[in-house]
Design a protein around this ligand. Structure first.
Ligand SMILES: Cc1cc2nc3c(=O)[nH]c(=O)nc-3n(C[C@H](O)[C@H](O)[C@H](O)COP(=O)(O)O)c2cc1C
Length: 192
């Protein structure tokens, strides 16, 4: 697939089949991720690939965050909220937890490390699409929780950037193309 076609046709894929992509194909998309631009070559990204029961690591985070939002609930309600979280982390056969540690180079700027990691995620998603996989970047409150930082070994200054769900698209559900502003609406040309 041409790069321009991959960019123009990628969609966030919310529904995928249970078929687990091979380790080789996941390594291929991670290889694309690590080629993203990054100022001062800080390479601030890290990827934790969850498959099978490994997805419970994220499920536990979702579960605990669900429970935190239920002040004064009884035990059965708390248990159900936890189980709902565990089930949420089974929505794709592979989930890639993307974390970022800011560089210790005193000249590095944190937002640039965040930007570089976001570029890596886009590379990853475009590579996935070009190889026939579907993906979606998910965050929600869980990504910004202390529980997630602890679970995935992120330092105080680091960040959980999100959870990229990967699998083979369930072809019965065609994602809607979100409306986008035209190039003219978002662009100003200055030539004098
Ligand atoms: C930083 C970030 C976080 C996102 N978090 C979520 C999320 O938590 N849940 C979700 O359904 N989609 C999430 N998305 C996907 C967007 O909803 C999606 O990109 C947007 O609707 C445009 O659709 P497209 O990716 O198909 O072009 C996220 C996207 C980004 C960039």
């Amino acid at each position: 697939m041409e790069t321009i076609d991959a960019i123009n046709t990628r969609r966030s894929i919310r529904k995928v089949t249970e078929q687990e992509p091979s380790k080789e194909i996941i390594e291929q998309i991670l290889d694309a991720a690590r080629r993203a631009p990054n100022h001062m070559n800080t390479e601030p990204w890290h990827f934790t690939v969850l498959t099978g029961e490994g997805r419970n690591k994220l499920g536990e985070v979702y579960g605990k965050v669900n429970q935190k939002n239920l002040a004064d609930a009884d035990q059965p309600t708390l248990d159900a909220a936890f189980e709902k979280g565990v089930a949420s982390a089974k929505r794709a056969p592979v989930i890639i937890v993307v974390t970022m540690e800011p560089s210790d180079n005193p000249r590095a700027i944190e937002i640039e490390d965040v930007a570089a990691t976001a570029c890596a995620v886009e590379n990853l998603m475009l590579a996935a699409h070009s190889l026939g996989l579907g993906s979606i970047w998910r965050t929600g409150g869980a990504a910004y929780s202390e529980e997630a930082k602890q679970q995935f070994g992120v330092s105080e200054n680091g960040r959980v950037m999100g959870f990229v769900y990967v699998g083979y698209p369930d072809l019965e559900t065609t994602p809607k193309v979100p409306e986008r502003k035209s190039v003219a609406e978002i662009t100003e040309w200055v030539d004098a």
